[in-house]
Design a protein around this ligand. Structure first.
Ligand code: NCD
Length: 309
């Protein structure tokens, strides 16, 4: 039985297969409409979510399966003090696969050790968010045609942004990747990413504060929201929340083929005037998220690769 805690749980070959499957699902959705008939997905969300939870639910429904679950910790027995280990033992009796989001780093991992069904980490604290990374990779591969030889700008809250951490981990496995990290001093990437991931693998990167100065060099700009819920005090959040606002004026510095991605939700960091720019692909990214989660569910349930049979 396989779980997904980090994008690195899949080898590059497995990831390629999964993205190919997602691509086939996009082209031939009817082929997959009954693959999960009789299967149940549980969504256990101890932290707020719109996209990730509904994207998982939509993915399972498009496969013919059913869903159950909870959307907040207070509406589950966690409010009575139940541990994730106990909850997942029980969920294992109700469902065939589980997507779990939790504010504590490592909670889905703990759950996976007690589970009798595959567990997917749908975001654990400021740590990882592997299915957002799969979404990002599918978006990049579909719209740029490749995952290698790219200069990627990551902008905003690089300290607490789990989508950023997972994406860096996944992308360093492709040749010719370099990063430009754009953040205020207080929200720089964590030391463990700088040392254990980037330096340890000899990945070229640069850290800057001003977005405009690096914009012309980027193939991709990955914008992120300042993660209010992970701040220790509101004052720091208020001071930093509008540090970057991508608008038309700043977009004038970007290449014609630079793509703007954002895991969403957007707060102020991208002005709505940018939404009509053909380079803004963050809403297309949401659609890719459904295809890739369909591919992931099939893969973890052992139902992928059976369509030819
Ligand atoms: C992200 C998350 O939850 O980490 N959202 C998402 O899943 N698409 C990004 C964020 O909340 O800023």
């Amino acid at each position: 039985m396989r779980h997904l805690m980090s994008p690195l749980d899949l080898s590059v070959e497995e990831l390629d297969k999964l993205l190919d499957l997602a691509g086939d699902i996009e082209k031939n959705p009817e082929k997959y409409a009954h693959k999960c008939d009789g299967k149940i997905l549980a969504t256990c969300f101890y932290e707020p979510s719109t996209r990730t939870r509904l994207s998982f639910e939509s993915a399972m429904m498009h496969l013919g399966g059913k869903v159950l679950g909870f959307a907040t910790a207070d509406s589950s027995s966690a409010a009575k003090g139940e541990s994730v280990s106990d909850t997942i033992r029980m969920i294992s009796c109700y469902a065939d696969i589980c997507a779990m989001r939790h504010p504590k780093e490592g909670a889905p991992m703990v759950a996976s050790t007690k589970a009798r069904i595959p567990v997917i980490n749908a975001g654990d604290g400021g740590h990882q968010h592997p299915t957002q990374t799969l979404t990002d990779l599918l978006t990049i591969r579909s719209l740029k045609g490749r995952l290698d030889h790219l200069t990627i700008g990551l902008c905003g809250d690089l300290k607490f942004g789990r989508t950023v951490h997972s994406l860096i981990n996944a992308l360093i496995r492709y040749p010719g990747i370099s990063f430009i990290f754009i953040s205020p001093e207080e929200l720089r990437i964590p030391d463990y990413i700088r040392e254990d991931v980037l330096d340890a693998n000899g990945i070229p990167y640069k850290e800057v504060i001003r977005l405009e100065e690096v914009m012309p060099r980027l193939d991709l700009l990955y914008m992120t929201r300042v993660q209010r819920e992970r701040f220790f005090n509101e004052e720091d959040y208020v001071r930093l929340k509008d540090f970057y606002i991508l608008n038309k004026e700043k977009m004038a510095y970007a290449r014609e083929d630079m793509l703007i991605l954002h895991p969403l939700p957007r707060v102020n960091e991208i002005s709505v005037e940018v939404d009509d720019d053909p380079r803004a692909v963050y809403f297309e990214q949401v659609q890719y998220g459904v295809y890739v989660r369909m591919a992931l569910i099939l893969t973890l349930l052992g139902l992928a690769g059976q369509e030819e049979k």
